[in-house]
Every structure is written in structure tokens, then in C-alpha cells.
Design a protein around this ligand. Structure first.
Ligand code: GLP
Length: 270
């Protein structure tokens, strides 16, 4: 696991964007797994800048982790609410880069048949050749995507009920300013499962802020448990990169060691 600690959010975002851009340059038809939330916004802004400087997304395929059930979806359909992840992705990334509409996949929050949709989503990832790089944030309760505590570490794309903490966190970040009542927020979501995420060939997790420092320590240094679904990162067998800002890394017992390892890797190119 490569654990990279940067001074602040901007540097964390820059490092993450460079990593993603490196893959897009090396494999122009790569499959990217994308995430929502406030954390990746800086990374997306950097990618947009890189696109303006020539980074080409025309052959890239994307799969988003999750979507609220009851709102959304497809970019050509009207949005029910501004808070859909489809809208977020469109605003924060897709409309600024040259990714093709037909190559974008986001779970359909308006599906009439969630079960069939989830099976189709899994199948589509397989058909695309699997995900080369999955970008992830970290939920306040330790979740990846919407895999709330208690989700099986082998879980697949499915409907998940959201915890009170997740509703509170996301209300503060995305609903309050839009003057939407907390009671009106969707209480369910379609989410890729932990098993689905672990099949990505590479994982890139980004976390910032002191608020998540305890959860970062649990996820990286604590036991692997379905109570902190992001702790499944310790089970991944491919490339794992975690980029943190200083504040998010502040509760890690071995932060100094991770910094040492990173500087050795840079120095000796290993
Ligand atoms: C939501 C998303 C997650 C995201 C998390 C953290 O729950 N489903 O994918 O990681 O929020 O969001 P933020 O980056 O705003 O803290």
C-alpha cells in the first residue's frame, strides 16, 4: 500500500490528479471508476486543467460508484433534484472534459427495477474489461461508496439503506444549502459493493481533514471489518495508493514511517 501524505487539500488533489492522468496517458482507453463527495472536487478541477492542456479523455470509459435511489439520472433526462450524483458528475467533471456521453456510466437512481439494474451494472463493468483504477473517498462512518457498516466485504452492486450519520454528513455537505429538508433526502442508494470495488485493478483513495483522521487510522491500521467497510483496502491485491492531507493522517500510528517509505521510493525509484 502506497500511503502518500501531502501538506494540504490542494497538494492531495494535485497528487491524485497526476496519478489518474498518468493512467489516462499510458492507457488512453482505460476504465476509470469515479467517486462523488466534496473530497474529489479538487482532483476533478486539476483534471479539468490538465484536459485544457491536452489530456485526452475521448477513449476513456467511466463507472461511478453510486447514486441515490429516487433521484438522478441519465444526463439527457430531467433531474428530479439538483443533488443527484449524475448532476454532480456532470457539473464537476464531465461537462468540462471530452469524455463521450456513451462511455459514462452512473447507477440509475430512477430505475423501476433496481435489482435488474444492479445486475446490468455489474455486467457492464465486466464487458468493459473491468475497472483499471477506482477513485474512492471515505465516508464519515468508514464507508466506501454507500457500503454502510455491516455490508459484506464480498458485496456486489445493490440497493443499500443509508445510516443516520451518512444522511447527516451528506445533508450538511449537499442538501442544507439547497434548502432541502433532511426528511426529504433519499434514504436509499444504489451502490457498487465492496466485492465489486476490490476487483478494480488499482485503488486510489483520497481523504482530507481532521474530522476523518480517526476513521483513516481505523481503515488503514485497524482490523479488517465489515463495520468499517473501507478497511477492505487491506485485502486488495493490486496497486493501492492512499493520498491524505496532513490533517487526515494525524491519527496514524506509523505516519512517519509512511513518509519515509515514500521518500525512499522517490529517491531510489522503486
Ligand atoms: C458519500 C459518497 C462516498 C463519499 C462520501 C464522503 O457517502 N457515497 O462515495 O466517499 O460521501 O463524502 P465527502 O467527500 O463529501 O466527505
Amino acid at each position: 500500500m502506497d500511503i502518500i501524505i501531502r501538506d494540504n487539500y490542494e497538494q492531495m488533489s494535485q497528487t491524485a490528479a497526476e496519478y489518474i492522468a498518468g493512467l489516462v496517458r499510458a492507457k488512453p482507453d482505460c476504465v476509470l471508476g469515479l467517486a462523488t463527495g466534496s473530497t474529489p472536487i479538487g482532483t476533478y478541477r486539476q483534471l479539468i486543467k490538465m484536459h485544457r492542456d491536452g489530456l485526452d479523455f475521448s477513449r476513456v470509459t467511466t463507472f461511478n460508484l453510486d447514486e441515490y435511489l429516487g433521484i438522478g439520472m441519465a444526463l439527457e433526462k430531467p433531474f428530479h433534484m439538483d443533488q443527484s450524483y449524475a448532476r454532480f458528475m456532470h457539473e464537476e467533471l464531465f461537462r468540462h472534459i471530452n469524455v463521450k456521453k456513451e462511455n459514462i456510466h452512473i447507477p440509475d437512481g430512477l430505475t423501476q427495477d433496481p435489482k435488474a439494474f444492479c445486475a446490468w451494472y455489474e455486467e457492464s463493468i465486466k464487458k468493459a474489461g473491468g475497472i483499471d483504477l477506482q477513485l474512492l473517498g471515505l465516508g464519515g462512518d468508514g464507508h466506501w461508496a454507500f457500503n454502510e457498516p455491516g455490508s459484506s466485504l464480498g458485496s456486489r452492486t445493490r440497493v443499500q439503506a443509508l445510516t443516520a450519520q451518512t444522511l447527516d454528513d451528506n445533508y450538511e455537505a449537499f442538501y442544507k444549502n439547497a434548502k432541502i429538508e433532511r426528511s426529504q433526502m433519499p434514504h436509499f442508494a444504489i451502490t457498487m459493493g465492496i466485492g465489486t470495488i476490490l476487483e478494480a485493478r488499482n485503488i486510489l483513495m483520497i481523504v482530507n481533514g481532521a474530522k476523518k483522521a480517526d476513521m483513516v487510522a481505523k481503515c488503514i491500521e485497524g482490523p479488517v471489518t465489515s463495520q468499517v467497510t473501507a478497511s477492505a483496502i487491506q485485502l486488495h491485491s493490486g496497486g493501492i495508493t492512499v493520498v491524505l492531507d496532513e490533517a487526515a493522517s494525524s491519527k496514524l500510528a506509523h505516519a512517519e514511517h509512511y513518509k519515509h517509505v515514500e521518500s525512499m521510493k522517490r529517491q531510489y525509484d522503486i
